[in-house]
Every structure is written in structure tokens, then in C-alpha cells.
Design a protein around this ligand. Structure first.
Ligand SMILES: [Zn+2]
Length: 119
């Protein structure tokens, strides 16, 4: 279970940086979307009801996705502080670095992700 101990020290600093950059990006994006919603509300009259609803829906979907990712990023930073970063939460094996590069806030290895998706 404590495969964590041999966690790659140098790379962890790199992933910490990636995660923090991503968190800042998401915070900026979320803030921008929130302000966008407020600004657009003012000009509501000029926008047809249908397209307004569509735009609002799209904004909220993006906002929701951004907030979800932000949560994952913050959870990954917490795992990093605890020293469990890069370990699959399901099978407790180290998550391959290639996967972490593609998705730095991954909780599970590819196998477990697929298994959980099927369930
Ligand atoms: Zn796994």
C-alpha cells in the first residue's frame, strides 16, 4: 500500500506546478464566466429568448465543468500535500507518469477508470 514512499520527488514538483497553473486558469475562467453572465443579463432584451436560453445553458455547462475540474485539481493538490499523489485510489498502484502528464489530477489509473466507467 505504501508504494507512495518511492514517489518521484523531482516530478512531483513539476506536477505541483502544473496543477497550480491549471487551478489559476480555472479560477480565471470561472470568474470570467460569472461576470459574463451578469453582463449578458443586462442586454437580455436585445437577445432573443431562445438564443439567450441557449447561451445561458452553455455558460452554465462550461461553468459547471470548470468547477468540477477545479475540485479535482484541488483534491490532487491535497493528495500531494499528504504524499498520496500519483497513486490510484482504487488499486493503490502508482499511476503511470504518461497518464499524469495527460491528466495531472487523475485519481485512478487507466484500468480502474475503465472499470469504474463500466459499473
Ligand atoms: Zn487502479
Amino acid at each position: 500500500m505504501l508504494a507512495t514512499k518511492k514517489a518521484r520527488g523531482a516530478n512531483r514538483a513539476e506536477f505541483a506546478k502544473l496543477l497550480k497553473t491549471k487551478r489559476n486558469e480555472l479560477l480565471t475562467q470561472i470568474e470570467g464566466l460569472r461576470q459574463g453572465v451578469q453582463v449578458e443579463r443586462v442586454t437580455e432584451d436585445e437577445v432573443g429568448q431562445a438564443s439567450w436560453a441557449q447561451m445561458e445553458h452553455l455558460t452554465f455547462v462550461t461553468l459547471e465543468q470548470g468547477q468540477k475540474t477545479l475540485k479535482e485539481v484541488e483534491a490532487a493538490l491535497t493528495r500531494m500535500a499528504r504524499g498520496t499523489y500519483g497513486v490510484c485510489e482504487s488499486c493503490e498502484l502508482p499511476i503511470p507518469e504518461a497518464r499524469l502528464r495527460a491528466l495531472p489530477w487523475a485519481r485512478y489509473c487507466v484500468k480502474c477508470t475503465e472499470r469504474l466507467r463500466r459499473n
